[in-house]
Design a protein around this ligand. Structure first.
Ligand code: ZN
Length: 375
């Protein structure tokens, strides 16, 4: 769990020289999917000669990512080690050994120090062009907390030796579902989630389709992005959503009801959509929340693989945890395509589930009032 509610700015440096064309974008995608790390900016990919290794060692790809996080530096490092192991990194004694992926916390604003075998800022931020140059690409004006130099000044001081680190022209990193950047884009070279896309391509083959035909060529990419969006609840936390939107409201004791908020989710049994609306009510005990946040809390749990019964309870739990009210009630109406499309049940596939907490559970009059208002 994060040790602080405060968001801290940091830079993560990435390197790979094994299957680097897929490992680098995949690492960035996995960083994005950590619910406690928010990716702000990704550098271009740079190619650099392997330093210190055998002369025929494959060249490295390097990049840097600016993030905001509630994690402390040690927790960020643990999260990065986890991503490394997902991508098949085996740590060896040899610091120059080829690696599928190398993720390092280089800067963490406001923290300077030597820890057990690592330091902040990372020493390589000053001494290694393949680390310094990608950093200057995203945060040129950040000052090194010890020397006071900006990232741009550090990168340019490498002069000739910096020329062995060059932007990769052939790879364009895929825009995630969140980004709205409008830069010039070459679709054919777009790299987003190579491992995920390979699985979708395999799935098309298993279905007897031809992944090379015109209409399906970009389908693996589109599916990867769509699934990341539809499961983006995993990459968000309740704290991040609620942050700052709970207000003290002395004397507010009347039931607050938000009616029929739309949601779209995926059933975890068939990966098919279910969708509908949720009505959420609570009896405040001095604390209220902005209305739009209730919709975002619903999305937090809808945008993942779900069953409706669990979702309704998760929303109720989140409201309870956030507001500590006298009571919470949630009713969800959902239509399940896995029922409607497969003809298992010939009804219209709709389902009603509810969760009642506190006064809504204990007091029949409060419950009746809610059910009356919820219609
Ligand atoms: Zn289902």
């Amino acid at each position: 769990m994060p040790s602080s509610e405060h968001m801290n700015d940091a830079v993560i440096s990435i390197g790979s020289n094994i299957e680097k064309e897929s490992n680098l974008p995949e690492a960035i995608r996995l960083i994005r999917r950590n619910r406690y790390i928010e990716v702000r900016k990704v550098s271009r990919f740079f190619e650099s000669k392997s330093v210190g290794g055998p002369p025929d060692a494959p060249e490295f790809f390097n990049a840097a990512v600016q993030v905001r996080t509630v994690l402390d530096p040690a927790e960020v490092r643990t999260a990065l080690r986890h991503i490394e192991s997902v991508l098949g990194r085996e740590r060896t004694e040899d610091p120059d050994a080829p690696r599928t992926i190398d993720l390092d916390l280089t800067y963490y604003r406001g923290v300077v120090g030597d820890f057990d075998g690592w330091s902040l800022p990372d020493a390589l931020a000053l001494t290694a062009p393949h680390v310094a140059i990608p950093i200057a690409d995203i945060v040129p004006d950040w000052q090194h907390e010890v020397t006071g130099q900006t990232a741009r000044e550090i990168a340019t001081q490498f002069g000739q030796s910096g020329e062995s680190v060059q932007p990769v022209q052939s790879v364009v990193l895929g825009r995630p579902y969140r980004s709205r950047s409008s830069e010039d884009w070459n679709d054919k070279r777009e790299v987003y989630a190579p491992r995920f896309e390979a699985l979708v391509r395999q799935q098309l083959l298993e279905m007897g389709e031809d992944p090379e035909r015109e209409g399906l060529l970009r389908t693996p990419l589109r599916v990867a992005k769509a699934m990341d969006y539809l499961t983006s609840g995993y990459a968000t936390s309740l704290d991040e959503i609620v942050n700052g939107a709970v207000f003290d409201a002395e004397g507010a004791e009347e039931m607050i009801l938000i009616k029929e908020v739309e949601f779209f989710s995926l059933c975890e049994h068939h990966l098919l959509p279910f969708f509908g609306s949720a009505t959420v009510a609570y009896l405040p005990k001095g604390r209220i929340i902005g209305l739009s946040k209730v919709a975002r809390i619903l999305d937090l749990y809808a945008r993942r693989l779900q069953v409706q019964e669990r979702m309704v309870n998760q929303v109720a739990d989140a409201m309870e945890r956030t507001l500590q009210p006298h009571g919470v009630a949630v009713v969800v109406k959902g239509k399940h395509l896995c029922m409607m499309m497969r003809g298992v049940q010939k009804q219209d596939g709709s389902m009603l589930t509810s969760a009642m907490r506190g006064t809504f559970r204990e007091d029949p009059r409060t419950r009746a009032e809610f059910l009356n208002l919820a219609g």
